[in-house]
Design a protein around this ligand. Structure first.
Ligand SMILES: [Zn+2]
Length: 270
């Protein structure tokens, strides 16, 4: 397993300066991993880096297990904040954006095997449909999760769902009434369907997470945790009024050294 010694060894071996090995380790933070698609990318995909193979995903879960991390969900985090139950010693949050069918087909079996929790952000109007917001020239149409799959994942106790809006539009470009609809309607409908409070929200394209009015609308809609795509590790306790939770983009071309740097430094590359 890769530990600090291996990292030092890698540095001594004179690895390329593209890596952030010199960055000090982040202490007191909770890594939040951001995945999209698990599996082999379709040859026509221009978003290959957002595909992580099952072999790599397995290695990453092994890393988490072997380094003593406990995967939590939004409810665990809320329960810690409200004093019901403290967080484990080394919490990690595994998130998936968009709600692809491959999250069920390929990621869910591995989560079950490792007994690790994860959270999936759904785009309400694409459930049982396809990734309609993508130009098919950039990313071929893909199956999204079905309600039956979503319910099975939720019932397993391993997967909690959050909202990623109704239609995956760029929130920063929407008029206020449509922005509010994307935020509130997706929350309401998902809660009706799943019988659970939607605690988590992720901004499509990360857009609006750092615009005060958009972010305020997300908080006003009632989401407890909002997630940006800003690379990094947010320190605990996270201050809701300050900024959206940072995440670590796990790229398809990352190796385990990148993963280790992400987990410990909050960043793998320049
Ligand atoms: Zn998305």
């Amino acid at each position: 397993m890769i530990g600090e010694l291996a990292v030092l060894g890698a540095i001594a071996a004179g690895l390329s300066a593209r890596w952030n090995w010199w960055r000090p380790a982040v202490s007191g933070g909770m890594p939040v991993l951001m995945y999209h698609k698990i599996g082999d990318y379709p040859p026509a995909s221009e978003l290959k880096k957002l595909w992580v193979t099952t072999a790599d995903f397995r290695k990453q879960l092994e890393y988490l297990r072997d380094h003593g991390y406990t995967a939590i969900d939004f409810r665990d985090w809320r329960d810690a904040e409200t004093g019901i139950k403290p967080l484990p010693e080394k919490p990690v949050l595994i998130t998936f954006d968009d709600g692809y069918g491959n999250n069920y087909d390929l990621a869910f079996p591995l989560l079950k095997e490792f007994g690790m929790k994860a959270c999936v952000f759904l785009v309400y109007e694409t459930i049982e449909q396809h990734n309609a917001w993508h130009d098919p020239k950039t990313e071929p149409w893909l199956k999204m999760l079905t309600w039956a799959q979503i319910k099975e994942m939720q019932d397993s106790g391993l997967v909690e769902f959050g909202s990623h809006t109704m239609r995956h539009r760029n929130l920063a470009e929407l008029p206020l009434d449509e922005l509010k609809w994307e935020l509130a309607e997706s929350k309401k409908r998902l809660e009706e369907k799943l019988g659970r409070e939607m605690l988590g929200f992720a901004y499509p394209y990360g857009s609006g997470a750092y615009r005060a009015d958009v972010r305020q609308s997300a908080l006003d809609a009632g989401y407890r945790f909002d997630f940006s795509i800003k690379q990094g590790i947010s320190v605990l306790p996270w201050v809701r009024g300050k900024e959206a939770v940072k995440r670590l983009l796990i790229r398809g071309d990352d190796n385990m050294f990148d993963f280790h740097l992400n987990m410990t430094r909050g960043k793998a590359r320049f």
